[in-house]
Structure formats: C-alpha cells, structure tokens
Design a protein around this ligand. Sequence first.
Ligand code: PRP
Length: 189
Amino acid sequence: MPETLTPLIPELEIRWRTSQMTHRIVRDYKDQAVIVVIVLKGAFIFAADLTRRLAEQGLRLRLDFLRAASYGDSDLSSGKVSLQLDVSLPLVNQKVLLIDDIIDTGLTLSFLAQHLKRKGATEVKTCVLLDKPARRLIDFKPDYIGFSIPDVFVVGYGLDFAEEHRCLSGLAILHKEQNPCHQSQSMSK
Ligand code: PRP
C-alpha cells in the first residue's frame, strides 16, 4: 500500500519546544527529586531529549520504564488498557513525572497514572509531546503538553506505523491509501 509523508513539525521546532517545557518542569519541581517514568515505545526519543535537558538544568531524576497495550478493533479503542511491562523502582512517597509521546483517547495515560498512584506515588504529573484533543474519550489533561495537533496520523521522533518511521528526526503526517487515517496510535499495535 503506497505511503506518503508530509512534514508536520521539524526537529528544530521540537527542540525549541522541549527547551521551553524543560524550563517549566524545572521551575515546578524546584529542588525536589523526581522519578521519571517513560512509556515505551513511542516516548523513547522525546524522553531521551527531555530528560537530558532536565538533568542539565539540575533536576534530580531517576528513570524507569513501563509499557501498556490497549485492546479493541484496529481503529477505536475498546477502553481496555493493560500493562505489558511495569516499573521496577519503588514508588512509595515518590513524585512521578510520566512521559508519553502522544495522548489520543486519554485511556492509556489515565490508566498508567492511576496505576502509579496505586503503587504509592504521592504525585503523578503527566507530560506528552503531542496532544490530539479531537480524539479524547475521557476527560484527561496532561500537565505538560508540547504541541496540540489535529486528528492526523503522525509518525517520526519515536512514533511509528507498524514499527516503521520511529527514527525520523522530525514529525510527519502519514498518508495511506485506502485508509481513513484516524490515528489511533492503536493502528500500530
Ligand atoms: C500510543 C502512545 C500512547 C497511546 C496513546 O502507544 O504512545 O501510549 O498510544 O493512546 P491513547 O491516548 O488513545 O490511550 P502505542 O500503543 O501506539 O504503542 P507504542 O508507543 O509502542 O508505539
């Protein structure tokens, strides 16, 4: 099936926005230690860039990772999210910053934030590079948002379609023939 890519957000703009987000996060946490939890796989590039900047700015952080999967048909979420990989650090009495690449329906971040609170975190803030508000199924607003985007299928900078395109330096819109192109990031699951 032929695919075309249209540039959406170039690498330099992501870098600039990440820098702005860094300043806000550092200001909010001040001297408090934080456990950064990164949602695999899509957030790996954004989180790598953001966490290095946070550390450069003096934020004391420890990293952990988790992975979620949602089940449903190929394009609409059934609302069921499950954990495929859990964090390994103890979270009791810890402040957590949860980083994902994109919020779409909101089900994944909402589920993961509740999960981390159940593990004893005193606070879970959420940070995403991309917000697709048109796709939201529940009322959930991340604490830190890089860019708000329309309902288009985005790849690059960690985001994939069928595990491809994650390593593009910037973000692009993927157009596929015979495909309604709703992203559901679940298309790639
Ligand atoms: C994407 C994205 C989020 C989730 C957002 O992950 O990274 O975790 O979907 O969707 P939601 O707001 O509708 O719940 P995906 O399942 O595509 O996995 P990946 O990160 O491994 O590519």
